[in-house]
Design a protein around this ligand. Structure first.
Ligand code: G6P
Ligand code: MG
Length: 218
C-alpha cells in the first residue's frame, strides 16, 4: 500500500477549536437553562451543528424556526471566540507535518464538518498548505458517513486506498474506515482506538516515521 495523500480533520487535530465549540454551546445551554458539561461536549466531537444542538436539547422540542435561531446564536458565539485565533493556536506538529507532506510531493486536504473551517485555517495561516478543502458545505451526509472524506479524496484525485485520514473523533474514525481509508487516530484509545494507528498528538510526528508505522500496521 502506498499513501499519496493525507486528509486532516480540523477541530482537535490541527487546532483545538473543540474548546471554543464547547464554550459556545455552554453559553447557549446556560441561556436555555439546560445543564451541559465538558464530558457531554466530548460526545459532540465531529458532530455537525444541527445534530449537536439536538443532542444538547436532550429531547426538548422546539419549532424549526427556533432551532435555526439557536444554531445561529451558537455560531455567533463561536465566531466571536475564533476571532482571536492566530498561528499560535496550531497544535504542536501540525504545521511541520503539513510542510513535510508538501515537500515530499504528497497531497494534503482538509476534511472538516465545520462550516467555519476555511475561516479557521485562514486565521491559523495554513490555508496555502492544503491542495483541497472539504468542509461543512461540501456534502449532505456527515460523519460517520464516509462522504466528506470521499469528496476530499476525489478533490485530490486519489482513491481512498492511497489516502490516510487524520481524525480525533469517533465519528470521524468510523467515517474514514467506512470509506476504505487508512486511519490515524489522534487521542485516547477509548475514543479513536478503531483507527489503524493511534497517536496521542501530532507533536514530533515525522512523515517518514508515520509512513513506516502505517505500512506496518495498516
Ligand atoms: C466539527 C466539530 C464539531 C462541530 C462541527 C460543525 O466537526 O468537531 O464540534 O459541531 O465541526 O461545525 P460548525 O462550525 O459548522 O458549527
Ligand atoms: Mg475533530
Amino acid at each position: 500500500m502506498s499513501i499519496k495523500g493525507f486528509i486532516f480533520d480540523l477541530d482537535g487535530v490541527v487546532t483545538d477549536t473543540a474548546e471554543y465549540h464547547y464554550q459556545a454551546w455552554k453559553r447557549l445551554a446556560d441561556e436555555l437553562g439546560i445543564p451541559f458539561t465538558r464530558e457531554e461536549n466530548e460526545a459532540l466531537r465531529g458532530i455537525p451543528r444541527r445534530e449537536s444542538l439536538l443532542m444538547l436539547l436532550k429531547g426538548r422540542t422546539y419549532p424549526e424556526t427556533t432551532l435555526d435561531e439557536l444554531m445561529e446564536r451558537k455560531n455567533r458565539y463561536y465566531l466571536e471566540y475564533i476571532r482571536a485565533i492566530s498561528p499560535r493556536d496550531l497544535l504542536p506538529g501540525a504545521r511541520e507535518l503539513l510542510q513535510e507532506i508538501r515537500a515530499a510531493g504528497l497531497k494534503a486536504a482538509l476534511g472538516s464538518a465545520s462550516k467555519n473551517a476555511r475561516e479557521v485555517i485562514e486565521r491559523l495561516g495554513i490555508a496555502d498548505l492544503f491542495d483541497a478543502i472539504a468542509d461543512g458545505y461540501s456534502v449532505t451526509r456527515q460523519k460517520p458517513a464516509p462522504d466528506l472524506f470521499l469528496h476530499a479524496a476525489a478533490l485530490l484525485g486519489l482513491p481512498p486506498t492511497e489516502c490516510a485520514v487524520v481524525e480525533d473523533a469517533t465519528a470521524g474514525v468510523e467515517a474514514a474506515l467506512a470509506g476504505g481509508f487508512t486511519v490515524i487516530g489522534i487521542g485516547p484509545h477509548e475514543r479513536v482506538g478503531r483507527a489503524h494507528l493511534v497517536l496521542p498528538s501530532l507533536a514530533g510526528v515525522s512523515l517518514s516515521k508515520l509512513l513506516e508505522q502505517l505500512s506496518v500496521s495498516a
